[in-house]
Design a protein around this ligand. Sequence first.
Ligand SMILES: Nc1ncnc2c1ncn2[C@@H]1O[C@H](COP(=O)(O)OP(=O)(O)OP(=O)(O)O)[C@@H](O)[C@H]1O
Ligand SMILES: O=C(O)c1ccc[n+]([C@@H]2O[C@H](COP(=O)([O-])O)[C@@H](O)[C@H]2O)c1
Length: 231
Amino acid sequence: MPTGPAHETAHAPARGTQNRAVPARATGRGSGPRSSGKRRLGVMGGTFDPIHHGHLVAASEVAAQFHLDEVVFVPTGQPWQKSHRTVSAAEDRYLMTVVATVENPQFSVSRIDIDRGGPTYTVDTLRDLRELNPDADLFFITGADALAQILTWRDSEELFSLAHFIGVTRPGHTLTDAGLPKGGVSLVEVPALAISSTDCRARVAKGDPVWYLVPDGVVRYIDKRQLYRGE
Ligand SMILES: Nc1ncnc2c1ncn2[C@@H]1O[C@H](COP(=O)(O)OP(=O)(O)OP(=O)(O)O)[C@@H](O)[C@H]1O
Ligand SMILES: O=C(O)c1ccc[n+]([C@@H]2O[C@H](COP(=O)([O-])O)[C@@H](O)[C@H]2O)c1
């Protein structure tokens, strides 16, 4: 099992430098950064409690549309905006994320937000990833619901100078870049999967199946660790 940021070692070779920042299937807002010839590193932040196919499809689709070389999944340490509820242990969420992504050579998992300690702020995630990957342009992937909250995030005005943001469609949420810096965000349509971690946890608590909502290995991990049973 990797002990450090896997993205430092495991990534596919660059597949060209031509930046198609507003791909044909994108909803067409925002232009993204110009081609810089740098490696293109996607960043998928999330609490992943548990990781599900909605996360994986979003990352895969953005990787294809934006010609990303790699997507690094970054499980939160302490998601401060979820402090109203119990969040599973970081190690369980990290391991489920590793299990879910292990078969995709383009995907990796980073522990940076977990190992930093304290509440997780994306501004720290992006600063750290830029330091670890000086040769890369960063593309932060976020669902429509999270994008709508972004101005409530710590140092939100700095975020757009650290990465290009890619907002993806999510059933039940409106995807909009209203109020966000022009050119800082692209909006992308991804296959609609009405899956949420909240629903997965509720299903496990009721004894309902989560097969095919989360990867098979994650179903087994939840069972082995008896997660979400008492919720
Ligand atoms: N089904 C989905 N389709 C598209 N994006 C998604 C989907 N589910 C989650 N995301 C996005 O993935 C990121 C991480 O989400 P998170 O780990 O909070 O999952 P969640 O399902 O929203 O969890 P919870 O229900 O516990 O709030 C966020 O940017 C979120 O918007
Ligand atoms: O930076 C912040 O203040 C901030 C506040 C809320 C959420 N985020 C980030 O948004 C991503 C999705 O978060 P969540 O809580 O919906 O799983 C994840 O990378 C979080 O670290 C970031």
